[in-house]
Ligand binder design. Structure first.
Ligand code: ATP
Ligand code: MG
Length: 228
């Protein structure tokens, strides 16, 4: 596709008109809605099970993209991965693996907030893996699997290991895959452990349909950011 250059932007009350020009001077017009206000996006997430602890830094504007380590500011890897996913890889799904305290949950909550603000999604729902079974038994999960634009599953593999729980995860992944609706998953376990825990259908689908990244950061942010 030829490179397009934004040559003019017009803002009316409810719409933004963008004029893009290609190399031959041909102009294309794109209409888009203005960003959703930040606090509206936070309120939507709050109603949809996103934990308060991770909404607070967004609301207060205290999110960090780096942490101080041995006198240097080091980028928070999980944060960078989630940002890249939201900006460049979405609507692919995200599978973000990494050890404890590396900022995975904060990163995916922030990515969901950004996607809402940019109107790339209108609805999102957050489940910790341990909540899946109760939601499934109530029938709520089945509805969300089919309907929400983005489903966040935090800490996959933390749920009790049973055939029933494995079946729920498989149903979730295969249904979302069939509908081509993205999931955003964080986990402390490895690809091998995912393969062992669930049927091969799960990892096979995620291989094709998810941006898969392992955080290599070898320290917990909890130790560094606490007590500051
Ligand atoms: N970008 C950030 N800016 C400010 N604080 C952050 C950021 N990312 C993470 N933190 C803080 O660091 C701590 C660890 O982050 P988080 O809970 O997201 O890690 P995690 O990888 O999900 O950990 P676990 O594997 O234990 O679930 C939290 O207290 C969180 O609030
Ligand atoms: Mg977490």
């Amino acid at each position: 596709m030829p490179a397009l250059k934004l040559v003019r932007t017009l803002k009316t009350e409810n719409l933004i008109w963008e004029y893009w020009e290609d190399q031959e001077g041909k102009v294309f017009v794109r209409k888009r809605l203005p960003d959703l206000p930040s606090d509206t996006a936070v309120s939507i997430l709050r109603e949809q099970g996103f934990p308060e602890k991770y909404l607070e830094p967004i609301e207060r504007g205290t999110l960090r993209s780096t942490v101080p380590l041995k006198g240097e500011e080091v980028p928070i890897e999980a944060f960078e991965i989630a940002r890249k996913w939201a900006k460049e890889k979405f609507p692919l799904s995200l599978l973000l693996l990494g050890s404890v305290g590396t900022g995975k949950t904060q990163a995916v909550v922030t990515a969901a907030w950004w996607l809402l603000k940019k109107r790339k999604i209108a609805t999102a729902r957050f489940y910790s893996a341990m909540e899946l079974r109760a939601a499934f038994d109530k029938g709520e999960l089945q509805k969300d699997i089919k309907e929400v634009d983005l489903l966040v599953i935090d800490d996959l593999g933390r749920e009790y290991r049973s055939d029933y729980n494995a079946y729920i995860v498989e149903a979730l992944i295969t249904t979302r895959y069939d509908l081509q609706k993205p999931v955003c998953i964080t986990a402390n376990i490895t690809f091998e452990e995912i393969a062992n825990r669930y049927t091969p259908r799960v990892l096979d689908r995620l291989r094709e349909w998810a941006y898969r990244r392992i955080v290599k950061q070898n320290f917990s942010l909890r130790g560094i950011l606490q007590g500051r």
